[in-house]
Design a protein around this ligand. Structure first.
Ligand code: COA
Ligand code: AMP
Length: 613
């Protein structure tokens, strides 16, 4: 561990020197004045993220490989081609009145135009906010109202196995609900479902074809590059802000040091541009490092089969594949003997987004015959907090652990009183401030919420919201969230948001939603509802209403399908529902009813529903 130890120690002892050196991997228009001024990284510096991701690389090198089994399309974009389309899209945005600091919402499936849209915003200093396609219209409307975009970029449809998801009617419904209105919507027309266009809508292909090629605008290192909304504990998502300078430096550094990727090598993050993994490792990371990135529009299974990941990897000479454990579990279910896994050509499999269970780890490790690297991070950090850094020094793995803190992160485990836990004892996982470059420095238009959510619980530390421990060797074990966030098939969702939707049903008196373990998706939401007295409709009818309501208001991605009607919910004497005890029961952990419990029998009753004998 000597090399890792030395680099990690240096990153904490001399962050200025460490990150100054890392910043040499980025082209600066104006050099920064300070590396870290106590609150911001690289203040005074000017750069452009799109320049660093596109313009500076060899134009004939492959930048993006689009593989879309669901539409039967494959296309390779060279850096020159991607730059050309991006620069013209940037020109169109300018013509539509979008300038530096303006926001643009992107609601798109996994098509190259989504990547072009993000980079085009970066090129002119506009701030993009991508909304995942699996969210329903009200969620999109909430993000539009918060981000207040000048323009929305979207597509006529996405393609899910067995069904076409028409995005344009969803966008129209969202705009009908939103208070804020963009001046224009630019729509990519896909042949699978051509959208009806309204007065403010423009056709992407027609407009970009005649738009002027546009140069990069230099922005401050501390200017925002994007906003990405993520689930918090309430229905109102948190607008994570990423700045240009810190983000470019950290992601560029991570490609070599964590993922062992060099320019020209092929990296594939099988995620979605709507999530942070897509932002960091489909779009920005690989392109900042001059790698080739695979953009995959399909699923691990069923498009057409469980061998697709391995064929795409082999055909495109992918060195490192990054996906969520749930994708591997889906493949394992369909192809348990690994019959379709031969000849993948991969050097590494990286997994993140949820806990990697040891069974899945061992299965993938044995059948793929390559290192399987669990690593842990969050939308807030934008890049890994704990990992086995392949570009520094491969360390021995311990199943169930994402290995060790990444250089730049001073990870600690604190008990409820803020005292450091001894090795092996679970507590709150925190990062001692300052956070390294790339981590979100604030929440969009709500710095008070940032301070309250992340910095107030343990002063001087960033609260990750995850619980776990460090062992004697300094390996981190992440056991799960300590709040109302759940991870469903690697998708981060808020149980609080689901409760808010359920509570609007006229027959529901009160409710609780918790995550319960699921063999495929890791967790699934389960709702427990108490009905108002005098309700005559059946529990089945009301449950069906609630499932439909969550799907319509939050989206299919919530996968909310389990509702139990119960006589009462376990509470404290002050009326607080015992969600964390319910979570402990669902996870099969030991639990002790709090001394403030109102009626212990209520807890026994709910335990029987959650985990029937
Ligand atoms: N647009 C519209 N709908 C979408 C969507 C999108 N971009 N993405 C998902 N959905 C819908 C699905 O069609 C599905 O709808 P259904 O209830 O009608 O079947 C629902 O949302 C749930 O989707 P998903 O979570 O993908 O579950 P699934 O059962 O279709 O597939 C897996 C299960 C494991 C194959 C799938 O979750 C997967 O590939 N996960 C990979 C992990 C990943 O990408 N994580 C991102 C963070 S790294
Ligand atoms: P997201 O912001 O969508 O990336 O989700 C972040 C959350 O996913 C974390 O706070 C963890 O709860 C969970 N998570 C991500 N990666 C891992 C991992 N490798 N092991 C355990 N949990 C993880």
């Amino acid at each position: 561990m000597a090399r890792y130890d030395e680099i990690h120690r240096r990153s904490l002892d001399d962050p200025d020197g460490f990150w100054r050196e890392a910043a040499e991997g980025i082209d600066w228009h104006t050099p920064f004045e300070t590396v870290f001024d106590g609150s911001r990284w690289f203040a005074g510096g000017e750069l452009n993220t799109c320049h660093n991701a596109l313009d500076r690389h060899a134009p004939d090198r492959a930048a993006l490989i689009y593989v879309s089994p669901v539409s039967g399309t494959e296309r390779v974009y060279s850096y020159g081609e991607l730059l050309d389309e991006t620069a013209r899209m940037a020109g169109l945005l300018r013509q539509l009145g979008v300038g530096r600091g303006d926001t643009v919402v992107i609601y798109m499936p996994m098509i190259p135009e989504a990547v072009i849209a993000m980079l085009a915003c970066a090129r002119i200093g506009a701030v993009h906010s991508v909304v995942f396609g699996g969210f329903a219209a009200p969620e999109l409307a909430a993000r539009i109202d918060h981000a207040r975009p000048k323009v929305v970029l979207s597509a006529s449809c996405g393609i899910e196995p067995g069904r076409i998801v028409e995005y344009k009617p969803l966008l129209d419904a969202a705009l009908a609900q939103a208070a804020h209105q963009p001046s224009r919507c630019v729509i990519v027309q896909r042949p699978q479902a051509v959208a009806e266009m309204g007065e403010r809508d423009l056709d992407w292909a027609e407009q970009v074809a005649k738009a002027p090629w546009t140069e990069c605008e230099w922005v401050s290192a501390t200017d925002p590059l994007y906003i990405l909304y993520t689930s918090g504990t309430t229905g109102l998502p948190k607008g994570i802000v990423r700045d240009n300078g810190g983000h470019a430096v950290a992601l560029h550094w991570s490609m070599k040091n964590i993922y062992d990727m060099s320019p020209g090598e092929v990296f594939w993050a099988a995620s979605d541009v709507g999530w942070v993994v897509g932002h960091s490792y489909i779009v920005y990371g690989p392109l900042l490092a001059g790698c080739t990135s695979v953009l995959y529009e399909g699923k691990p299974v069923g498009t057409p089969d469980a061998g697709m990941f391995w064929r795409v990897a082999a055909d495109n000479h992918v060195k490192a594949l990054f996906t969520a454990p749930t994708a591997i579990r889906a493949i394992k279910k369909e192809d348990p003997s690994g019959r379709l896994m031969r000849d993948h050509g991969l050097k590494y499999l990286f997994l993140a987004g949820e806990r990697l269970d040891p069974d899945t780890y061992h299965w993938a490790r044995e059948l793929l015959g390559v290192p399987v690297i669990d690593h842990w991070w969050q939308t807030e950090t934008g890049w890994p907090v704990a990992a086995n850094c392949m570009g520094i020094e491969p360390l021995a793995t311990k199943p169930g652990s994402p290995t060790v803190p990444v250089p730049g992160y001073d990870v600690r485990v604190l008990d409820e009183n803020g005292v450091e836990c001894p090795p092996g004892v679970d507590g709150n996982i925190v990062v001692r401030l300052p956070l390294p470059p790339g981590c979100s420095p604030t929440l969009y238009r709500d710095h008070a919420r940032y301070e309250q959510a992340y910095l107030s619980r343990f002063p001087g530390h960033y609260l990750t919201g995850d619980g776990g421990h460090l062992d004697d060797d300094g390996y981190l074990f992440v056991m799960g969230r300590t709040d109302d966030v759940i991870n469903v098939a690697g998708h981060r969702l808020s149980t609080g948001a689901m409760e808010e939707v359920i509570a609007t049903h006229p027959d529901v008196a009160e409710c609780a939603v918790i995550g319960v373990a699921d063999a495929l998706k890791g967790q699934l939401p389960a709702g427990f509802v108490v009905l108002k007295s005098g309700v005559t409709r059946s529990a089945e009818e009301i449950s069906a209403d609630l499932v439909r309501l969550v799907r319509e208001r939050i989206g299919p991605v919530a996968a909310f399908k389990q509702v139990s009607v119960v006589a009462r919910l376990p509470k404290t004497r002050s009326g607080k529902i015992l969600r964390s005890t319910m979570r402990a029961i669902a996870d099969g952990r030991d639990y002790r009813p709090p001394s403030t419990i109102e009626d212990p029998a209520a807890l026994d009753e709910i335990a029987e529903v959650i985990r029937p004998a």
